[in-house]
Every structure is written in C-alpha cells, then in structure tokens.
Design a protein around this ligand. Structure first.
Ligand code: MCA
Ligand code: AMP
Length: 509
C-alpha cells in the first residue's frame, strides 16, 4: 500500500531500503528492518489516536534496550513527537523531574518496567501505555510529514546548574551526527555490533544503535553490560565493531585476567578479529589503551563527544591512533580552541576551551533560553572542556568547571549531589568532589559537616541516597570534617576539599 506521507524521515527511508535484513537481535530473537517499520508504525498510530501529528509533544519511555526500545523511539518520531528516553537506573525523583521538566504528554514502558512506570504515569496524570499494547494497534492510515528541522529528542545532561538540563536535538542534528560517524568509521550494511551501554545517552543511542540502523547493519542489544558475556559474544564471531566507555574496557581486562589460559587465548583471538574498537565518553588512560593492545592486538580508537554536539573529534580509522589524543575534527564538524574569555582563537600549542560548530550541534536546552544563549559564543558551542592542539591533534586537558565529574562514563554534577545530600537530617554542610580512579575515571567523594551530636556512615548515606539518586551518583567515599575550607568570600574551595580527601586516604582515615 502506498503511504500518503509526503515527507519520510530519512531513517525510515534508510530502513525501507534494508527491508528483510536483520536490524536488531535481542533476548527475544532477531527482528528485521521490515518488522521495525511495521511495529514503529503501529506505535505511532496508537500514540496519534486519530490526531494528525503529535506536533512535538514529549513522549517519555522506560524500555529495556532491544527491539521494543527502537520501535518505541521510531514510533514517537514517526508520529511527530519528541522522544524522551529515560534512564532505567534513575531513582523516582529523577524520573519525576524529567517528566515534569519536559511536560511529557505520555509515558510508555515495556513489561520489565511496568511496575515502576505505570504508577508513575498514574500519579502524574500522564497518558500511559505498555509497548505490547501499543504495538497491537491497527497499522496507521497516515503518518505526518515530519520536517528535519523539528525537535526529535531530549536527553538530560548534568551541567554547572544543580538540576540536569534537557538537551534538544532536531532530526537534522541527529542525521548530521550519524552520517559523520558513518563516513569516518566506514559503517556498512555488513557491520555487526553489540550494544552494552544504557540508552539514555548519545553514546548508545547515536554512535551504536542509530549508526548501525542507518547503515543497514545489525545491532545486538543487551539489557545490561556483562564483561564475560561480551567476551563470549566476541568469541562466537561475526562482530565487526565494538564501542564502549573506558570503564568497560577496564572491566573487560579484569575479566580476561581472571580467566584461564585457554580462555584468554580464545578471547584475545576473538577480539583481534573485529575491524574497529572505539573508546569514548571519558578519558581513556594510556595504560588501558596499551593493555588492551597487548591483550587483543587492537589499538582502541579514542574519540571525543558531548550530549550537545554528538561526536566532534576522533582518531583516524586509517592511520596513526595516538594514545592520549582524541584526534581531529570529524566530517562536517568545525572545532576550534578559544581563550576562556573569548578574546582570541588560539593556535597550536596554546591550551584553550574547545568550541564546536556545525549541523551536529543541538538546538537548545529545553525551555532554558538563557542557558542556551550562555552556551554559545559567536555561534560556536562552548564545551567547557580545555584542550591543546599538538601536531594537528587535540589532547584534552580537563574541564573548565571543577563541579562536573565523569564516573563510569556518566557525567555528574557535584552541585546536584550536594543539593540532595543537604536534605539529609544529619548533614549541615557538604561538598562533593571527584577523585581520580583507575576503574571509574573519577570516584564521587562527599565531604560533610554534621549537625552537633550526629554521626554518619557511608553505607547509611548510600542507603538513604538510593531512593533519591541513580547509583552512579552515590558517594563511594565519605569524609566527615568539623568545617569545610572556605575562601574570604565564604565560598567552598573545592581543590582544597580534594586535597583533604586525598590526605585522609593517605592516612587511612
Ligand atoms: C555503579 N556503581 C558505581 C558506579 N556506578 N560505583 C562507583 N562509581 C560509579 N560510577 C556501583 C553501584 O552502586 C553498584 O553497587 C555496582 O557498582 C553495580 O552497579 P551497576 O549500575 O550494575 O553498575 P555496572 O553495570 O557495573 O555499570 C558500570 C558501567 C556503567 C557498565 C560502566 O556505568 C555504564 O554503562 N556506563 C556507561 C555510561 C554511558 O553510556 N556514558 C555515555 C555518556 P552496589 O552493588 O553497592 O549497589 S557520554 C556521551 O554519551 C557522550 C556524548 C560521549 O562522548 O559518548
Ligand atoms: P556528556 O555530557 O555525558 O555527553 O559528556 C561529555 C563530556 O565527556 C565531554 O564534555 C568531556 O568532558 C567528556 N569526554 C567525552 N569523550 C571524552 C574523551 N575521549 N576524553 C576525555 N573526555 C571525554
């Protein structure tokens, strides 16, 4: 039957060209591109319920990675909605925040998340729906024409404000992010990859799932990362590409080291056969890159990106991949270094803030016009990361804000955690800092001043925090002090806080 639609979103056209090929493999089996188109069409129809176009209504969803996740995302897009993929690991207040901030019209879920999502939808008076029920709808008679400049997705990212901001990308932004990576890393329909990352970040959504599906490749989607499971999957063969955060490579190395000799050999040989292994989302320690090369003969390709821009810099697919460097601008992405006060664009050898421009750059922070305006300078997005260019390649030096941490590849705001900790009845004052850590990149440390007569242990604090924050935001180190170091203005001096934590660790406190 001919679709009455006049303008198909490009990802639909790409999928139509792949028809009977397998798109997704998950715990339930394999699913073709045709099946994805059919299921997403039904989800779209169920969402529209007779309306012509969702007209950018925000539709949030809590769905385990797999066919249902992709069909839900595509269904929202095909109905003209803005997709809000929620973190499966989020605590209830975090979910409530995202639903309220986006003013979501509906919350969708799969069976595994019904227990969390259904009561939440009811409590917040949102339209709710299980995937199994949505996908059982009649196929659509017509779907709206969705122009590429329209809003497509909102992902929450932590920043220098205490509450996370919604990063809005348009279909055109996503298309630019995807096609840039397809060109740079030479994705083809013959590629096979495995997703073991959460699907509320660009890394999993764009770099793995969307690139694979745009290319007509096959993506195997795991509900959760498991080191031995990944090694065993590589051993079964046929994978061509793998992408992960440094913590995952550290975990894979640990699993390899714990295995017996025959298993090690088999795993090493299996990993060696992949055509490309990529690391990103946080700095890849040179020691990890080198150990991985010893184990597998693979030189990890390190790249640099951000929720607001997708990927910006990458080591080359062909040619030298330099340890400690994040490489050069990706196709279609303009990158420069600017003096922090914006007074100059810097040349090689002078450290500055990375600024990015291009069709890949996001539209806005959701309903935060001021924050959006502040994030740009002369049309360039200010990343808040400092770097230096050496020999044409960028090397990341750090961040302009001490309050933004990276742990396990997740960006975390110290201010957000502090705000929650201050609600604890025993805590009078607190400061959160990140400590360098071989496994996690950074570890969250809380330094607190208690109300008189109070006591607090780390386990108790973590137990209390679990109800309020995602697990990776919970402090793994607690230091109780009589007072916090402050400057003459009364502001907490974070570098001094970090020094105190390190000193306490050294003396075993
Ligand atoms: C979890 N735990 C932690 C942390 N996370 N402890 C310390 N620091 C952490 N960061 C603890 C939990 O509290 C729990 O402890 C135990 O570890 C297991 O928790 P679980 O959630 O199951 O963790 P995991 O499965 O071991 O997770 C590790 C992980 C995960 C697989 C590395 O963090 C992950 O998937 N990270 C990737 C995130 C990502 O996709 N980032 C991309 C964003 P207990 O048992 O006591 O409860 S950046 C991005 O998208 C940009 C654009 C880019 O450049 O890519
Ligand atoms: P997010 O906002 O979660 O998308 O995280 C983006 C941030 O992750 C960037 O601003 C960087 O600070 C960091 N990041 C991403 N890739 C790398 C990398 N290869 N090396 C160092 N930092 C990175």
């Amino acid at each position: 039957m001919m679709s009455p639609r006049t303008l198909e979103l490009p990802f639909v056209l790409q999928a139509q060209g792949c028809a009977g090929r397998v798109a997704v493999a998950d715990a339930a089996g394999v699913h073709t591109y045709d099946a994805l188109l059919a299921a997403s069409g039904r989800v779209a129809a169920a969402l529209l319920q007779g309306r012509q176009d969702l007209a950018e209504a925000r539709i949030a969803f809590l769905v385990v990675p797999g066919f249902a996740w992709v069909a839900t995302l595509w269904g929202i897009w095909r109905a003209g909605g803005v997709a809000v993929p929620l973190a499966l690991s989020a605590a209830r207040p975090e979910l409530e925040y995202a639903l309220a901030d986006t003013a979501a019209e509906a919350l969708l879920w799969d069976e595994a998340n019904a227990e969390t999502a259904a009561p939440l939808a009811a409590a917040l008076h949102l339209r709710g729906g299980g995937f199994e029920q949505l996908v059982g709808a009649e196929p659509p008679e017509a779907l709206p024409a969705v122009a590429e400049g329209r809003r497509a997705m909102i992902l929450y990212t932590s920043g220098t404000t205490s509450r996370p901001k919604g990063v809005v990308t348009t279909h055109a932004n996503l298309q630019a992010q995807i096609t840039s990576l397809i060109a740079a890393w030479e994705w083809t329909a013959d590629d096979r990859t495995v997703l073991c990352l959460p699907l509320h970040h660009v890394h999993g959504i764009v770099n793995v799932v969307s690139c694979a599906l745009w290319a007509g490749a096959r993506v195997e989607m795991l509900a959760k990362f498991d080191a031995v499971g990944i090694w065993q999957r590589m051993q079964r063969g046929e994978l061509t590409l793998f992408m992960a955060v440094p913590t995952i490579y550290v975990r894979l190395i640990a699993a390899w080291e714990a295995a017996d000799e025959a298993t090690r050999q088999a795993w090493s040989a299996a990993a060696h056969r992949l055509r490309l292994m990529v690391s990103g989302s946080a700095a890849l320690p040179v020691s990890t890159l080198e150990r991985w090369r010893e184990l597998t003969g693979q030189t990890l390709l390190e790249r640099y990106g951000m929720t607001e821009i997708g990927m910006a810099l990458s080591n080359p697919l062909h040619g030298e991949r330099r340890a400690g460097s994040v490489g050069m601008p990706l196709p279609g992405v303009q990158v420069r270094l600017a003096a922090e006060d914006g007074s100059a664009v810097l040349s090689e050898g002078t450290p500055g803030e990375i600024e990015v421009r291009g069709a890949n750059v996001f539209l806005e922070y959701w309903r935060r016009a001021e924050a959006t305006q502040e994030a740009f300078r002369d049309g360039w997005f200010r990343t808040g990361d400092t770097a230096v260019v050496e020999d044409g390649r960028y090397r990341i030096l750090g961040r302009t804000s001490i309050d933004i941490l990276k742990t396990g590849g997740h960006k975390v705001s110290a201010l957000e955690i502090e705000e929650v900790l201050r609600e604890h009845q025993s805590i009078a004052e607190c400061a959160v800092v990140g400590l360098p850590d071989a496994e996690w990149g950074e570890r969250i440390c809380a330094v607190v001043v208690l109300h008189p007569g109070q006591q607090l242990e780390l386990d108790a604090l973590r137990g209390w925090g679990r109800e309020r924050l995602t697990a990776h935001k919970l402090p793994t180190r607690l230091l109780v002090l009589p007072q916090l170091p402050r400057n003459a203005m009364g502001k907490v001096v974070k570098p001094e806080v970090t020094r105190l934590v390190v000193a306490a660790e050294d003396t075993g406190r």
